[in-house]
Design a protein around this ligand. Structure first.
Ligand SMILES: C[S@@+](CC[C@H](N)C(=O)[O-])C[C@H]1O[C@@H](n2cnc3c(N)ncnc32)[C@H](O)[C@@H]1O
Length: 262
């Protein structure tokens, strides 16, 4: 039996903790008290998802923290700001960082992180990171991410922001989201003119999901993607959240968070 006071008692406590915990519990305990939250990581790596811009990371932290140490597969569409979604910028622009990918790799220490972009980020090498190049407006390119990995826990669409692209990626990839997974579409308030004009959709993505929230069904007309493709996914959707009280400078929802039934 251990019986100690003062500094000795501290040591004894440490000893008891050490002997009673498995190695992984011990490291989790250590890590959880020393790790940065997602908002700090966004600032550190320069992602626009943090407090200085879109302010998504506090919400994401709330959603993702319970799974932080899991061996997840995370896929993000769109890797570096100011790409060809902005008129006049070409896909062979100079590439300098993969801020959000570095943020995810740091936040989720055991995750495999996949990144998809029209620009060629293949020179950016990281452990646990794989890049897939493609155009979000092309079905065969989107399907390319399934060759890299065919089931994901978290998918974040932060690429072209064009309604058709977002919807094509959603109908193609939601079936490959694992049960209980999260599919998030960012920046619903903004569509670049060039892409948006290039392929007319019946609905902006925000309106499409707003309709689903109100009625439990997707709109009757979803040109150019057949409504049946959306409707077939409805049975697997637990809830769609479109928070619009936060991110208040826009006054309208900027995010669609789609939770797949567990
Ligand atoms: C908003 S930025 C991504 C920002 C990054 N996720 C972050 O948090 O720092 C948008 C990205 O989408 C990419 N993009 C633009 N059009 C695309 C398309 N048609 N297909 C795939 N990616 C595209 C751009 O190259 C750019 O890297």
């Amino acid at each position: 039996m251990l019986c100690c006071v003062g500094r000795e008692a501290d040591r004894a406590f440490k000893f008891t903790m050490t002997t009673n915990l498995s190695v992984s519990q011990e490291s989790t305990l250590y890590m959880s008290s020393h790790r940065s939250d997602l908002t700090s990581l966004a600032e550190r790596y320069g992602s626009d998802k943090g407090d200085s811009d879109h302010q998504y990371t506090r919400l994401y932290d709330m959603l993702f923290a319970p799974r932080r140490d899991d061996e997840l597969n995370l896929l993000e569409f769109g890797l570096q700001n100011h790409g060809p979604e902005i008129p006049g910028i070409s896909s062979d622009r100079e590439l300098t960082s993969i801020a959000s990918i570095d943020m995810w790799l740091d936040y989720f220490p055991r995750a495999n992180v996949y990144g998809f972009d029209i620009c060629d980020f293949s020179d950016f090498k990281r452990d646990r990171f794989r890049f897939i190049q493609g155009d979000q407006g092309k079905l065969e390119d989107i399907q390319g991410v399934l060759e890299a990995c065919d089931s994901y826990d978290i998918i974040i669409d932060d690429a072209s922001h064009a309604s058709y692209h977002q919807q094509l990626a959603f109908v193609t990839l939601f079936p490959h989201l694992r049960a209980g997974g999260l599919y998030i579409i960012e920046d619903l308030q903004w569509q670049g003119k060039v892409y948006e004009k290039g392929c007319r959709t019946s609905h902006k993505t925000r309106d499409l999901f707003a309709k689903f929230i109100k009625t439990g069904e997707f709109p009757k007309k979803t040109h150019p993607i057949e409504r049946e493709r959306f409707q077939a996914l409805a049975k697997d959707i637990n809830i769609v959240l479109m928070p619009n009280d936060n991110f208040n400078h826009w006054g309208k929802a900027k995010l669609a968070i789609i939770h797949k039934l567990a």
